[in-house]
Design a protein around this ligand. Structure first.
Ligand SMILES: O=C(O)CCC(=O)C(=O)O
Length: 354
């Protein structure tokens, strides 16, 4: 999924150059002690929100950009030179954004859903709550009796200890890590059919739950503009990407699903980011566009063959553009979600696998 192209070629492609252009780099500003983000020229980043506002006022769009009004309640933007690509600015209400941020942090990373932490620590329960409570994940050395009774036969197990904030706490296995650190290092979780990153394929034998019904219904509704023949979209899997400042998602194709006529439904939550939509070759000059909280992208048909990625998210108050979202997460019980999302972006992309 994310592993196309030989590494030494990457530096030379148009896609790689665009990634480097927008990526976050720090440089020393002589007057300030702290390292500052290097300024980046955003003048070529397409802003579909602005394009839609202008279209609503004047009826005009830039060359090659079309606004279509389908049965769905939102206008949809498509591009003449990228058939199968659809952009729906602000498709998710603030309530919906908040709901998927909460679920994205609490229920989505719960076993049997896998996360990037599985490889090192095995399944981790209630990571978000553990981070709020200042818990520490500690490694336990298991006695031979326990080892034999465990399915995986492992001699070690990681569990949360509530010895709050005691960083030096060590389990019998000798290692420990703060839950809050693990939460910051959470990069992905998978829902529904589980994607096996080592095999780069869906492993239908892995234990999994179905995609939550509410997410399934939402994805079906959002997919409609990309299903002109009125076909049925069946959400079977989703990948949830978590981005902190400086995190990127390198150029890739999503090519492990059987039927590329079906869209990938991709929802953005939290801090604004830049999305690069390339062509079928990494040599094709990619189009850079802003993705804000609530925007939805659909990629179907030919667009499924186009390289794409996220080289940048903006976590500073001016550029993240999450003021409205922040106001919506202002109750005491939402404070923990607000704290996280103020400096993060979550992407949920939903797929039909077969
Ligand atoms: O984060 C995004 O908006 C894009 C995610 C993506 O391309 C993917 O997971 O395949």
């Amino acid at each position: 999924m994310y592993a196309n192209g030989a590494t030494d070629d990457l530096e030379r492609t148009a896609f790689r150059r665009a990634e480097k252009k927008y990526k976050l780099y720090y440089g020393q500003n002589s007057r300030k002690k702290k390292q500052q983000p290097r300024p980046v020229d955003l003048s070529e980043v397409v802003d579909f929100k602005l394009i839609l506002e202008t279209f609503d006022r004047t009826g005009e769009t830039p060359d090659g950009v079309h606004v279509i009004r389908t049965d769905s309640e939102f206008p949809v933007i498509c591009l003449g030179n990228r058939p199968g690509f659809y952009f729906i600015p602000g498709a998710l209400s603030l309530e919906e954004q908040c709901q998927w941020i909460r679920e994205g942090l609490t229920s989505f990373p719960q076993p049997p859903n896998r996360t990037n932490h599985n490889a090192l620590y095995g399944p981790i329960n209630d990571l978000f709550a553990a981070a709020q409570e200042g818990k520490v994940l500690v490694e336990e050395e298991l006695s031979p009796n326990v080892t034999q009774s465990l399915d995986n036969g492992q001699a070690r197990r990681w569990t949360f200890s509530s010895e709050s904030g005691n960083v030096s706490l060590k389990g019998s296995g000798g290692n420990s890590i703060l839950a809050s650190v693990l939460l910051r290092k959470l990069r992905w979780s998978t829902l529904g059919l589980q994607f096996d990153w080592s095999q780069r394929n869906y492993n239908v034998d892995l234990l999994h739950n179905k995609i939550p019904d509410k997410l399934c219904q939402l994805a079906k509704k959002l997919a409609v503009p990309a299903m002109p023949l009125g076909d049925n979209f069946k959400p079977e899997a989703a990948i949830v990407n978590y981005f902190a400042s400086g995190d990127t998602l390198g150029g890739h194709l999503d090519d492990m699903e059987l039927d590329w006529s079906k869209p990938i439904v991709s929802m953005s939550l939290g801090c604004k980011g830049i999305f690069l939509l390339g062509g079928k070759s990494r040599e094709d000059e990619p189009l850079a566009m802003f993705l804000r909280s609530g925007d939805v992208v659909l990629m179907a048909g030919e667009a499924r063959e186009c390289f794409h990625g996220v080289p940048r998210i903006f976590t500073d108050a001016h550029n993240s553009e999450i003021t409205a979202l922040e106001k919506h997460l202002s109750t005491d019980s939402d404070h923990c979600f607000l704290d996280y999302i103020k400096t993060s972006r979550i992407n949920i992309n939903i797929r039909q696998v077969f």
